[in-house]
Design a protein around this ligand. Structure first.
Ligand code: KG4
Ligand code: ZN
Length: 335
C-alpha cells in the first residue's frame, strides 16, 4: 500500500511516498530554515506563504521520482497538528483537495506520533509496545506506545522544549537558527566541564522536563562574560550546555524505563540527531540492559516519510476522515 505523506507543520515543506510504512519510495524536503534564520526563528506568516508556493511542485516531483502516477497512491496522510495553524492548513487543504479529486482516503496524522514512526522505517523489526522519547524543536515528551495508534503521555516539558533551549542558547552565542547541529559540532571542540549548569527540579510528574532554567543559566553566563569584556568561549559553553541537556534527557528516560519496567526505548525528533545524545543513550541502554532504537539521521528532523508511515498504521486501524471537516490543531497532545 503506497501512502503519500504531506508535512507542513513548521518550516519544512515535505512530501513522501512510503510503501507499507517500511519502504521509502520517494521523499522530498524543502527547508525554509535559511530564510527564517535572518529573523532568529520561524516567522509563521512566511512559513505559510512558502508552503503554498512549494506544495504543488513538491507533490508532482515526489510522484514523478517515485515513478508512479497519483492513481497509484492508496491514501493521503497529512499532519494536522501540533504546529503552526497557518502552516498546517496549507498541507491539510492540499491533502483534502487531492483526496476529493482522486477519491482516495484522507488520513490525519499527529506530528508527534509521526516522529515515533520514523523508527519503523529505520528498523523494520520494531513493533510496539515500547517507551517513546520525543525530543524536538517544539516538544519534549516521554510516552508509552501501547500499539501503533494508542499512546499514553507519561512526561512532558513544563516550559521550553529541548530544541528551543538549543536554538535560544545558539542565538545568544551568535549562531544562526536552527542552532542545534552547530552547537553539537562546537561542543565536540570544547571542555564540557568548563561550566557547571544547573539541572532543574521539576514540579508535578517525576518524568516531566524543564529546560527554561538551564537556558537562563547559560544566557546569564554569556551576558555576564560579555559585561566583563571577557571573550565568550563558545566551544566551552556549547559543550557544558550540551552535557547538561543530555544528562537531563538520559536521566529522565532511564528513570521512566526502570520504574515502568520498560525494556525498549525508541527515541525520535530533531534533537535525536545530536551526536552526544545518541552516544549517551546507547551507553545508558547497554548499562541498563535496554534495547534502544534511534531513527536514521535524515529521519530525525521534520520529514514526510514519518507522516506516511504513521498514516499507514492509522489507515489500517480504521482512522481515516469520513468527511472533509479536518482542521488544524496547534496544541494537540499525543496521549
Ligand atoms: O523535529 P524537528 O525538525 O522540529 C519539530 O518538530 O520541532 O526539530 C528541530 C529542532 C531544532 O530545535 C534544531 O535546533 C534541533 O532540532 N536539532 C538539533 C540537532 N539537529 C537539529 N539539536 C541538537 N543537536 C543536533 N545535532
Ligand atoms: Zn517535528
Amino acid at each position: 500500500m503506497n501512502i503519500l505523506g504531506i508535512e507542513t507543520s513548521c518550516d519544512e515543506t515535505a512530501v513522501a511516498v512510503v510503501e507499507d510504512a517500511k519502504n521509502v519510495v520517494s521523499s522530498i524536503i524543502a527547508s525554509q530554515a535559511a530564510e527564517h534564520s535572518i529573523y532568529g526563528g520561524v516567522v509563521p506568516e512566511i512559513a505559510s506563504r512558502r508552503h503554498i508556493e512549494n506544495i504543488t511542485q513538491l507533490v508532482r516531483k515526489c510522484i514523478e521520482s517515485a515513478n508512479l502516477t497519483l492513481n497509484n497512491i492508496d491514501g493521503i496522510a497529512v499532519t494536522f497538528g501540533p504546529g503552526l495553524v497557518g502552516a498546517l492548513l496549507v498541507g491539510i487543504n492540499f491533502a483534502k483537495g487531492l483526496s476529493f479529486a482522486l477519491k482516495k482516503p484522507l488520513i490525519a496524522v499527529n506530528h508527534l506520533k509521526a516522529h515515533i514512526a520514523a523508527n519503523y522505517v529505520t528498523d523494520k523489526s520494531l513493533t510496539p509496545p515500547f517507551l517513546g522519547l520525543i525530543i524536538s524543536g517544539g516538544h519534549c515528551n516521554i510516552v508509552r506506545v501501547k500499539n501503533y495508534c494508542e499512546f499514553e503521555l507519561i512526561g512532558e516539558t513544563v516550559d521550553d522544549s529541548i530544541g528551543e533551549a538549543y536554538d535560544k542558547v545558539g542565538r545568544a552565542l551568535g549562531i544562526a537558527y536552527p542552532a542545534g547541529a552547530i552547537i553539537d559540532s562546537m561542543a565536540k571542540l570544547g571542555d564540557e566541564n568548563a561550566y557547571i549548569f544547573p539541572k532543574p527540579k521539576v514540579e508535578g510528574s517525576m518524568y516531566n522536563f524543564s529546560f527554561s532554567g538551564l537556558k537562563t543559566a547559560v544566557l546569564n553566563v554569556i551576558n555576564s562574560e560579555k559585561m566583563q569584556n571577557k571573550v565568550v568561549d563558545i566551544k566551552n559553553i556549547a559543550a557544558s550546555f550540551q552535557k547538561t541537556a543530555c544528562d537531563i534527557v538520559c536521566e529522565k528516560i532511564f528513570l521512566a524505563a526502570k520504574r515502568l519496567g520498560e525494556k525498549k526505548i525508541v527515541a525520535c525528533g530533531g534533537v535525536c540527531a545530536n551526536s552526544r545524545i545518541r552516544s549517551e543513550l546507547k551507553k545508558y541502554s547497554e548499562l541498563n540492559n535496554i534495547r534502544l532504537y534511534l531513527p536514521n539521521l535524515n529521519l530525525c528532523t521534520d520529514n514526510a516519510v514519518m507522516v506516511a508511515a504513521q498514516g499507514y498504521f492509522e489507515f489500517k486501524n480504521g482512522n481515516f476522515e469520513k468527511n472533509m471537516s479536518l482542521n488544524a490543531q496547534s496544541n494537540v497532545k499525543i496521549g
